[in-house]
Design a protein around this ligand. Structure first.
Ligand code: PBG
Length: 357
């Protein structure tokens, strides 16, 4: 081998020598292992494709506002709107027609309903519960995933009860578990706590079971990182101006993969039916690790900042937005995810329906 390489290098002084040397080099190096054989044609690429994105993989997060006949744009998220419940019902119908399996709802509640303890989360008639009731009644065949965090309801934008400068864990968990029961009463199919308090999955499971909601699932935001990617969402639900400090005392440190796996393991022990990784693309290693470690249905949340970066790049003409959208969604599948929460859901579903997925 060493001799052959030296000889061919010497023969590269003439064009003929170069061609001959190249041919023998390639023979020598590849043998019969030519990876490009399966890539030669569209049919063979389709035949050997390992991962596919289908409409069944998509969960669509939607923002709800009080009032009627409202569809208002969110500046930081081009193409995404906040909708009043009646318009959200229409959007749910459209999503069901596209074949999207489930929606995740997020409320932007009136400022005068927000307080230090986020107590309006416990109102069975609050906006998120109104939306669930209306959507379930009109579009019973679409799944509804509700977030039980306190942040849309607190005057300080945190996901927990703030006392003497601290987000208190256990009291927050009690509020979340009670709110989860109201959400299930309203018709939520999956309760999805996004607050990262300790012990919340077990507390929610016990509360749901005690209320007879045995078939309501829990999708844990098991590994939620203290990320800079949530900015546009906070504009969407009106917490960006409110949030004091940051969420590093309860969200995971972006440096820590082992801690993330341990944290998710507790959620599995406590009875989570499904796990979620959030944000998405910067944390594909965590998606793969959780899928391999626990084998539960695993989801990624391609969050607002990820969405807005792609939209902004496409609007500036720097990137092909549609192709990047599909490539990023496929990447989640390749990393082991069973599905993706994504603001692109309707757009991606339409492309998939046209056979362009
Ligand atoms: C908080 C919550 C967040 C998101 C959904 N629920 C994060 C936050 O505001 O800290 C982010 C979703 C997104 O960015 O798309 N409970």
């Amino acid at each position: 081998m060493g001799d052959t390489l030296r000889n061919t290098a010497a023969g590269k002084n003439t064009a003929a020598g170069l061609a001959a040397a190249a041919a023998s080099d390639v023979d020598e190096i590849t043998g019969h292992r030519r990876m490009r054989r399966t890539r030669v044609a569209d049919w063979s690429r389709r035949l050997t494709r390992e991962t596919r994105l289908t409409v069944d993989d998509l969960i669509w997060p939607v923002f709800i506002v009080p009032g009627t006949s409202i569809t208002e744009p969110i500046d930081a998220m081009p193409g995404v709107n906040r909708m009043s419940v009646d318009h959200a019902v229409e959007a749910a119908r459209m999503a069901a027609d596209l074949g999207i399996p489930a929606l995740a709802t997020f409320p932007n509640v009136e400022m005068d309903k927000r307080d230090e303890a986020g107590s309006h989360v416990l109102d069975p008639e609050n906006l998120i519960n109104q939306a669930t009731r209306a959507i379930k009644k009109a579009v019973p065949n679409i799944g509804i995933i509700t977030d039980v965090a306190l942040d849309p309801f607190t005057s300080h934008g945190h996901d927990g009860i703030l006392r003497d400068g601290e987000i208190v864990n256990d009291e927050t968990v009690r509020a979340i578990a009670a709110a989860a029961v109201h959400q299930a009463d309203a018709g939520a199919d999956i309760i999805s706590p996004s607050d990262m308090m300790d012990g919340r999955i077990g507390a929610i499971r016990r509360a749901l079971d005690a209320a007879g909601h045995h078939n309501v699932s829990i999708m844990s935001y098991a590994t939620k990182f203290a990320s800079a990617c949530y900015g546009p969402y906070r504009e969407a639900i009106g917490t960006s101006g409110l949030l004091k400090g940051d969420k590093r005392t309860y969200y995971l440190d972006p440096s820590n993969a082992m801690e993330a796996i341990r944290d998710a393991g507790l959620d599995v022990e406590e009875g989570a039916d499904m796990l979620m990784v959030k944000p998405g693309l910067p944390y594909l290693d965590i998606c793969r690790a959780l899928k391999d470690a626990y084998g539960l249905p695993t989801f990624a949340y391609q969050v607002s900042g990820e969405y807005s970066m792609i939209k902004a790049g496409a609007a500036a003409g720097y990137i092909d937005g549609e192709r990047i959208m599909m490539e990023t969604l496929l990447a989640f599948k390749r990393a082991g995810c069973d599905g993706i929460l994504t603001y692109f859901a309707p757009e991606a579903a339409r492309l998939i329906a046209k056979g362009l997925g």
